[in-house]
Design a protein around this ligand. Sequence first.
Ligand SMILES: [Cu+2]
Length: 93
Amino acid sequence: MSKFLATGAVMAFLFAAVPAHAETTTATLTVDKMSCVTCPLTVRKAMERVAGVIKVDVDYDSKTATVTFDDEQTSIDEIANASTEIGYPATPK
Ligand SMILES: [Cu+2]
């Protein structure tokens, strides 16, 4: 019995040590009002501040942002809002 409990405790510890598998989603947004080459940096910083965002690539030429995020922590709409709030209206493609 005590051996069973000890094994259970070890198993629980091992499971707790392994991070829960997070689902990630990659989505593209259209970003308006970018008027110079430093605008994408501003947009990227704003999007990266959203909790759950893993990776942001903003392309000035195509006026798009490609965002990878944990969809249990945030959503594409929240990320779009972060950009819209700083003056660059973003729309999920
Ligand atoms: Cu600019």
